[in-house]
Design a protein. Structure first.
Length: 132
């Protein structure tokens, strides 16, 4: 895993909703917005699976996921790629379930995203360049 630098972590923290991209085992892409999530630490995000249908199936077949974040004030954008664990028990699941319960949502699972790579996504000559 890699650590999100503070400036990137700040942009991630402000992103609402959070767009996430997955793909099935054949590579067919899927993108959805997630509104219930939080940063656990410099390397990990916790997402709540309330209504993941294709997303959940994709993650079970292919645990790779990407997110993109954008700060409109700073005009900066980053793409984070990593892998996920789906948890239905334990502390992370309890945290996800509490978040879901507070909004009267099902909270089916905790999706734990581990950051593996960070790329520049701001337009310009460095677009697509791997940062970490």
């Amino acid at each position: 895993m890699v650590k999100m630098p503070p400036e990137i972590k700040d942009i991630v923290a402000k992103q609402k909703p959070l767009p996430i991209a997955t793909a099935d085992k054949a590579g067919k892409p899927n993108v959805v917005f997630v509104t219930m999530w939080k940063i656990l630490d410099d390397e990990t995000l916790l997402l709540v699976d309330n209504f993941f249908n294709k997303t959940r199936k994709n993650l079970e077949e292919n645990p790779n996921m990407a997110i993109v974040v954008y700060d409109s004030d700073a005009k900066r954008s980053y793409q984070l790629k990593g892998t996920v664990d789906i948890e239905n028990t334990g502390d992370k699941f309890t945290s996800a379930k509490e978040m879901a319960d507070s909004k009267k949502l099902p909270g089916k699972a905790a999706v734990v995203f581990h950051v593996k790579e960070i790329f520049e996504a701001t337009y310009g000559p460095n677009a697509g360049k791997k940062i970490i």
